[in-house]
Design a binder for this molecule. Sequence first.
Ligand code: UT7
Length: 340
Amino acid sequence: MAIEIIGTGRAVPPRRVSNDELTAKIDTSDEWIRSHTGIGNRHIADEGTATSDLALEAAKNALAMAAGGDTHVSEAAKNIDLIIVGTSTADFVGTPSTACIVQYALGAENAAAFDVTAACTGFVYGLEVAAGMLSLDRGRKRALVIGAELLSKVTNWNDRSTCVLFGDGAGAAVLEKTDAPCKGPGRRGLVHTLLGADGSGGESLLFRRGGTRNPFKAGETIGTGICVEMNGQEVYNFAVRAVTDTIKALMQAEGLNADDLAWIIPHQANARIVQAAAKRLKIPIGKFFMNIEEYANTSAASIPIALDEMNRSGKLNKGDMILTVGFGGGLTYGGNIIIW
Ligand code: UT7
């Protein structure tokens, strides 16, 4: 039995905001943003869009690929047993989950649905949770794993140290339990995952207000509203360590060297994090897929957006071994090894 990805999809809002557009509003420059992060643009949703709207579009694209065309999406949705959305920017605080909203909109009437909160590692976590649930002998065969974020709505647009970093988007993958082997020659699908957390670093990346620790009070003037706060340097140091250690541990666990990997797909938070990790690992930087220039940091959506972009542009061949690596709020980290 193997857990294979049989379809991918992505969705980003049409509005593309360049670094230059931001310089008109805040004290920053295209040169600073590019040299410190590798970001050139981001896609920003309009007022009326919520996270589930992007998640739904990405999910439909993934289902269309899995089912062989747009006309089969609603039928394919009925064959989904599980929907997991990795997000930190759910449509609602608490309930309903974004996954339930997607489940209803898709007509996925046979699916269980819930969100995974692991910040930028949400998709990496979601894949493992889905694979675990599909592996149990409970009659589940297909899952939809989505990473979706609308970070522009939780961004303090006056804080130049965070607002230039983030973008909106969603990516999705359809997983299927197949008869292919998951061990030995010819193995396929999700073959290894490493997940970790270091809650001691929770304060370095958080939404301080709006939850039960610091709720908004009746009549309070809330200023910037719910917004992400980050100690950039602390997270940067953690991220370089997390990327390096996760890749090393996964490769060791599978007895791999860099030549065995067709691609490494890192969370797209900062090109410098990836360059630093590549240098430490002595892995050529060309092995790491990067699209941060176009989308900025889309948190849980960044890895599935990259996966879909690679898939649709023919960069992934059957049998390729790819390694994903994520890190972010929590703090959380992790990676998957997938044989395409
Ligand atoms: O996906 C979740 C995980 N998040 C991350 O992985 C983010 C990790 N952190 C980072 O990527 C980097 O720390 C940042 C990109 C956030 C910041 O880069 P940095 O090289 O660590 O910059 P810094 O915070 O040390 O700031 C250097 C200078 C400061 O000015 P002074 O004090 O040296 O005069 C900042 O005020 O850059 C200034 N600065 C800016 N200048 C122009 C900060 N933001 C900006 C900006 N434009 N947008």
